[in-house]
Design a protein around this ligand. Sequence first.
Ligand SMILES: [Zn+2]
Ligand SMILES: [Zn+2]
Ligand SMILES: [Zn+2]
Length: 421
Amino acid sequence: MLDDEHMSTYKWEEAVSNNWDNDIQEDESGRIVNVKLQSLARGQVHRRQINESVRRGLIRYMVFVLDCSASAAEKDYRPNRIMAMKSASERFILHFFDQNPISQLCLSQIQDGVARKLTDMSGNPKVHLERLRKVRVTKGVSSLQNAMKLAISALRHVPSYGHRELLIVYASMSTTDPGSIEDTIKDVIESKIRVSIVCLNAEIYVCSRIAKETGGSFAVAVDSKHLGDILREWTIPTPQLREQCSLQTDFVYMGFPRRVVDATPSYVFDGKVPSLSCTAYVCPRCHTRAAEIPTQCSTCTLQLNSSSHIARSFHHIFPVPQYEEVAQNESGELYEPTESLVEGKVLTTVPGDRNPNPANEAAELSKIGAKQTSMHICASCSELVDSEPGALFKCGRCFNVFCMECDKFVHESLHNCPGCV
Ligand SMILES: [Zn+2]
Ligand SMILES: [Zn+2]
Ligand SMILES: [Zn+2]
């Protein structure tokens, strides 16, 4: 049980760490910069890999399991593991539906050796988040076999074009199963479910083996922030396995419902629960009213979407190409940084820049007293970009230069290059 005793050590009760002394520094031009944040952001940009021409399962059906056994009450994560898991999961669910609007998710938990569903498979993040916030109790032992059995039964009726996934956030160091886990691993592989596991304390052999054999991925989180980063990576649809790929393409039935607004409220289906509302989306096949889209029609099971949802899923197949990191020499020319920065290949400054006229650039720079040779202007936010390494990125298609923040924003949220558009 989560009680006051488990909540007694908070972050603010720890020794004071003086971030101002260590992380905040003044650069040559006198600006105050957060060195730690900058290096973290740079690391993220470098780690991100975008693979083009990869077949991905865009319509995902995921069973998301939280381990709520007694080990989830441990306090190595602040304030404890279950709270860290909940806040990371909340961000994961929001981001998952933002990146995969035509996918569905089912929230589940392992507690007292039993795996049980908390929400039904649905494409509405609100339902999952409301239920997730009510998760409080940690009790008993954990069972990986029961979690996999639950996933098999929950994903049994998923159509053949759907991508079946099981994602487990595992807090325990062991698994207490009712039978042989080997048989269940075989069943999972047969059901074409990919199992991904993130452990909170150490690498557990059986977890990494399950992930490897089912084509999923395995990771160990070191702290709450790392846990959030790992979960965030799973919001991007994984490339399809060669064995699961067929050259034949299935046609997927989808309905584009009409939105109606009535003067008087009428019954609509919010998932499978009827409620009263003035606005509704009408299923084009059976005229059942749904409260929100994307969803599955509660009567004829037709997938109801809007064209913008399809378009938002589309960017995973045709991602924005990775920007190349560039540096500039003393005369302001751009070059690709190599082992020795001075001998890098010199690139020409590009006419497609938003500020192509060197005279304009110089005038603008002189206004703030910056040296013309050490600054470039980002083609997205029009801010001046530092000349320091890792701050400047160039699009290989439109040759525009972008700052680090815009590079991150373009690849993670916008999914369109402002220069190419
Ligand atoms: Zn219908
Ligand atoms: Zn920018
Ligand atoms: Zn571009």
